[in-house]
Design a protein around this ligand. Structure first.
Ligand code: MG
Ligand code: MG
Length: 256
């Protein structure tokens, strides 16, 4: 069931989303060569703590997961697409990092992700990230009353495919509200004019995932969480929590 949020609820979700935005900004500022993924998780944890927010990631255990998730961010490096567990790995020159973070504040959840490079970026990585950001922007632009879920999916997928990148099968965005994952699903590829009509008060996490090698397949690492590209190519993942309103899309996790 798709829950429409009141304007008061949207403001509360915006407050949760702002905590996520601050956490991601802090992580990005802290990320440099030699810093470990566990240290980045600690940076995000501090921002959540100071805001009085909790983490919807910490302890999360969906059906596929062998263990509860042990951190407040997912940290996915290079060929890791999503769901990387922060560990002692220290960032190296040229690494491509995707950080996904959630926060729950006053019972409402925000969810957002960024991709960036540390040290000297490879031109191919810069292009991959820039394309992911364009795909996200296109998806947000399509998140308007009068459109359908398929219009968002089509907008995201078209940008990815036009650049020759792969789209991991079966992963995408989702409704969000009091829970991190609510209906409806928001695929990263689809047909325009299809699916659920968008209405004022729907809140969606839109999250393109792109693989540089162009393959849609992936495999789970031995930790049971991290999804990696089958060909070892790099991946990018960006995400915003977006409210559909009569005044247009409202990005609840915008960073300042
Ligand atoms: Mg996320
Ligand atoms: Mg999400």
């Amino acid at each position: 069931m798709v829950e429409l949020k009141s304007n008061t609820a949207l403001d509360a979700m915006h407050a949760a989303g702002q905590v996520v935005g601050r956490a991601l900004t802090a992580v990005r500022q802290a990320a440099r060569v030699g810093v470990s993924l566990l240290e980045l998780d600690a940076v995000a944890r501090r921002v959540l703590d100071e805001a009085g927010a909790t983490s919807p990631f910490l302890g999360y255990r969906p059906s596929f997961a062998p263990t509860p998730f042990p951190a407040v961010v997912c940290a996915s490096v290079n060929d890791a697409i999503v769901h990387g567990i922060p560990d002692r790995y220290r960032l190296r020159d040229g690494d491509l990092v995707s950080i996904d973070c959630g926060a729950e504040l006053d019972g409402w959840v925000g969810d957002s992700a960024i991709s960036f490079t540390v040290g000297r970026p490879r031109p191919a990585d810069a292009h991959l990230i820039e394309t992911a950001e364009r795909a996200l922007a296109a998806g947000i632009e399509a998140a308007v009353v009068g459109n359908r879920i398929g219009d968002i999916a089509h907008a995201v997928g078209s940008v990815c495919r036009a650049a020759g990148y792969g789209i991991p099968d079966g992963f995408g965005g989702h409704g969000i509200g009091r829970h991190m994952h609510e209906d409806p699903g928001v695929p990263n590829e689809g047909r325009p004019g299809r699916g659920l009509p968008l209405r004022h008060g729907m809140v969606l996490a839109i999250e393109p995932m792109l693989t540089a090698g162009g393959e849609d397949g992936y495999y789970a690492a031995p930790d049971g969480w991290t999804l990696r590209t089958t060909d070892g190519s790099r991946a990018a993942h960006v995400e915003h929590t977006v409210a559909i309103t009569d005044e247009g899309p409202r990005i609840l996790t915008a960073r300042h």
